[in-house]
Design a protein. Structure first.
Lengths: 218, 339
């Protein structure tokens, strides 16, 4: 067993090594890690059996530096591995995904516009037609979710199917279906907004803030 | 007493353990995959007449054990222990299976490495003389896992290219103290360390788990002095396309070239055309591939000895949300066929 001062000395010396991690070998890094672990173990043992509060604080401070050193080593290894991972990561099909989102989003919005037009042609005012069309779109989104079709559209269309109001319907109906087996109170009731909850909460919050700003400016 | 441990982590069974029977059940998607013909039972759909996916998974686990027993005319009371694990919270499928079995039960959790953890522990029990016959099983269900770990299944989300598809499947194995007919024997096992290389992306398990798999493979070769050429096949559990490449590279860095005989269960189980992105994952992945493909190949004599390394990501939805990185583990087992 080492003693406290020895550990402190070792701690100081170790900083030199940690500053030049790139130049030292894997085995040396391993032994650095080993040493850190041993010192840490002894320190926590010392801390536990020291009754004096001030001395305990001192030990704790040294222990904090040990943790810092451990983190440096960990980070170094992680960054090295992260580079290898990045090299082998599959390319994200950005162009294909964007086109799919553009297409799916466009189709959904076109359908919405067609519905608005049908309503206005039948004598409903433009403002009311928009509200009615939104209701119809929510219904369609919910229906397609229930039929197990919307998740397929989402897999293909990505944000194109998520952003329009049908996506909002999907985000509420899918947990409702999912958690029905846990009952209507703790299942559907408690989990129905797990996906849409953040949108509803922060949507309302932002609308209040913007309303206030608007009120003050005016 | 003879020492059954080699080097730092490897266990050498002095009385090799026989795998006398095995069975697998998979979902429809796995049944349509390239290994479809090997499985004992393919579900017609993901629910298979049950009320919930969790119940389906539990039934799969139970039925695979029953089929494995029936293949050798064994009954439940012939088992000394039942070892099982799965991916659901509190290893629900396994516990509920054990409820209906009436066999002393050891519940284990090693995420997707559970199968090999069970095989090694079961072999330890038998080699130590604590049991004569042990049942090992594990399972996973795509929809049940998806809803617990990610999103509701009907939510329209786009999966990333690195995402893997949780296998709906289960596998059960009956281990015995070495009997006369030793067609398949477990000769060695290795229990892995938990390795965390700072990967935090829960949709890219392959990259997170590869270092753990590599660590166990390298450790095994260092412990035993063997080299990759001693095996017909080195196969990891569920690293998928991305993790497989990384693992191969990490093992090569330590001087072991496994490129010529290395594969991954998650790569084998699906056809690239099945839209599973990086491949299969889950306890059921290695469990069903071993019982549905690898062991039958060994019985036919196409493979003589394999080194199966099952990998597990020991994360939880809570740890991911709290920004923790993913700790991973890999256990290995050496299985020899007819010599």
């Amino acid at each position: 067993m080492a003693d406290f001062n020895e550990i402190k000395n070792r701690l100081e010396k170790r900083w030199q090594n940690l500053n030049v991690l790139k130049d030292i070998s894997d085995t040396e890094i391993q032994s650095l890690n080993q040493g850190l672990q041993e010192d840490y173990q002894y320190l926590i043992f010392l801390e536990a059996k020291t009754p004096d509060k001030n001395r305990r604080k001192m030990i704790k401070k040294v222990r904090a530096s040990l943790i810092e050193q451990q983190n440096i080593l960990k980070k170094y290894n992680q960054i090295r591995y992260g580079r290898i991972v990045q090299k082998s990561a599959p390319p994200i099909p950005v162009l294909k995904n964007s086109l799919a989102a553009f297409f799916v989003g466009g189709v959904i919005c076109s359908i919405g516009q067609i519905i608005i037009n049908i309503f206005t042609l039948n004598g409903i005012s433009n403002k009311e037609a928009s509200v009615a069309a939104a209701t119809v779109m929510v219904f369609i989104g919910a229906l397609l979710t229930g039929l197990g079709i919307y998740d397929e559209i989402g897999r293909f269309g990505g944000a194109g199917s998520m952003v329009p109001i049908t996506g909002f319907a999907n985000s509420i109906v899918s947990p409702a279906i999912e958690f029905k087996r846990e009952g209507y109170v703790y299942g559907v009731g408690a989990k129905v907004f797990t996906i849409a909850g953040p949108v509803i909460l922060y949507g309302s919050l932002i609308s209040v803030i913007i309303g206030l700003i608007f009120y003050i400016i005016k | 007493m003879q020492n059954k441990k080699i080097g730092k982590q490897t266990i050498n069974f002095l009385n090799p353990i026989s795998v006398v029977s095995f069975a697998s059940i998979v979902g429809p998607k796995e049944g349509q995959g390239p290994l479809g013909t090997g499985f004992d039972y393919i579900l017609e759909n993901n629910l298979d007449g049950e009320k919930s996916w969790e119940k389906t998974e539990q039934k799969m686990l139970e039925h695979s054990l029953e089929i494995a027993l029936a293949k050798k005319n064994l009954l439940l009371q012939d088992l000394d222990y039942f070892l099982a694990g799965d991916l659901l919270n509190q290893i629900m499928s396994s516990n509920f299976t054990a409820r209906s079995l009436g066999v002393p039960y050891i519940g284990i959790y090693g995420a997707c490495s559970t199968l090999v953890e069970g095989l090694v522990l079961g072999s330890i029990l038998i080699d130590g003389g604590f049991a004569n016959r042990v049942g090992v099983a594990c399972s996973s269900h795509h929809d049940a896992a998806e809803r617990q770990l990610r999103f509701p299944t009907e939510l329209g989300v786009q999966r990333t290219m690195t995402a893997q598809w949780t296998v709906t499947g289960s596998g059960a194995y009956i281990l015995e103290a070495n009997s006369e007919k030793n067609d398949l024997i477990i000769t060695q096992g290795i229990l892995g360390k938990v390795i965390d290389m700072g990967q935090a992306n829960a949709t890219d398990m392959g990259s997170a788990m590869a270092p753990a798999a590599a660590d166990t493979i390298i450790r095994y070769f260092q412990d035993t002095g063997k080299n990759p050429k001693d095996f017909d096949l080195i196969i990891t559990g569920d690293l998928g396309n991305i993790g497989r490449v990384l693992c191969e590279e990490l093992v090569l860095q330590k001087g072991f070239d496994i490129s010529f005989n290395y594969s991954d269960c998650g790569v084998l189980i699906y056809d690239p055309g099945q839209d599973v992105h990086a491949g299969g994952s889950g306890c059921g992945c290695s469990a069903s591939v071993l019982a549905g493909y690898l062991l039958p190949q060994m019985l036919k004599g196409n493979l003589k000895n394999i080194f199966l390394v099952a990998t597990g990501a020991l994360l939880s939805p809570t740890s991911t949300q709290q920004g923790e990185t993913i700790p991973c583990i890999a256990h290995g087992v050496v299985i020899q066929g007819k010599s």
